[in-house]
Design a binder for this molecule. Sequence first.
Ligand SMILES: NC(=O)c1ccc[n+]([C@@H]2O[C@H](COP(=O)([O-])OP(=O)(O)OC[C@H]3O[C@@H](n4cnc5c(N)ncnc54)[C@H](O)[C@@H]3O)[C@@H](O)[C@H]2O)c1
Length: 315
Amino acid sequence: MRALVTGVAGFIGSNLAMRLVADGWSVRGIDCFTDYYPEVMKRANLAPLLVLERFEMVEADLLEVDLDQLLQAVDVVFHEAGQAGVRGSWASGFRVYNETNVDVTQRLLEGVRRNPVHRFIFASSSSVYGNAAKFPTFETDRPQPHSPYGVTKLAAEHLCSAYAHNFGVPVVSLRYFTVYGPRQRPDMGIHRMIEAALNGTTFSVFGDGSQVRDFTYVGDVVEANVLAAMADVEAGTVMNVAGGGSITVAQLLDLVGEVVGRPVPVEWGPPQAGDVERTGGSVDLAKALLGWEPRVDIRSGVTEQVAWHRQRRPA
Ligand SMILES: NC(=O)c1ccc[n+]([C@@H]2O[C@H](COP(=O)([O-])OP(=O)(O)OC[C@H]3O[C@@H](n4cnc5c(N)ncnc54)[C@H](O)[C@@H]3O)[C@@H](O)[C@H]2O)c1
């Protein structure tokens, strides 16, 4: 099978591409190294892929690239490229979120409409739910994003459904719940907590630490993508991909401190606009349709991530 992985130099895209090549897929990756976090980190994510024979890299912007050429001989598109992060999506930041999450997705959907594929997987987000009315949250619960970022992910998801229902584009949207593990983005909480514990620097907690999160290990997210690529599910299906556990930010700080062997120095700050109180997704649908469920518990996953942070530190 031949895959196109968009956002291949990013956290999830690079982990996914490694797994696909290991499974025998030929992978074309595309990334334009946006400046949301340092390019050097993305280049490091990409380095182990570039030496693999069945991997081909396209350095280009999805807003401009010739899609008919990009999609040539592709069986499955894994659309991971996006502008992530909730807090930067307000005010003038919104334009980039809209272009990257909505315009790019619409462009790609037109591309696969002209160049049909076996499956198009869209990396959606639990942020489409906002402050959900109940937990665990089901795919049938009303999405009500609490941030402009969530609005753009929901808009892109609806575009996927519209292309599925009007033109039969075989889309599956996976709503990831806060992903963590090796190569996690440097703006994300667990990444910053681990670095703070290792370096003795301060970690800023926004809110009182009682916020609850459902964290999903990146290997589990990759597995859900691989299963969704091959499963016989209806075009336009939307599924939660959640870790299945709940932990407060305060408990997570303790866990990270334990695994690192040094407490995380903390500075408390006010809650930030766009942050939700709680996330927690039902995985019943992914279990029923894909035979998928999360396998990696938070302690094992954090241990893997800490090992990655240690291994990339200068000797
Ligand atoms: N990490 C999470 O917890 C999480 C949770 C829910 C959803 N998601 C979604 O999963 C996807 C991957 O997230 P991530 O954490 O790996 O982010 P990431 O920022 O590490 O990776 C995204 C990659 O997309 C690339 N990109 C952005 N715009 C592009 C364009 N126009 N052309 C080519 N490349 C472009 C970036 O350079 C980056 O390398 C995103 O769509 C994100 O919204 C992530």
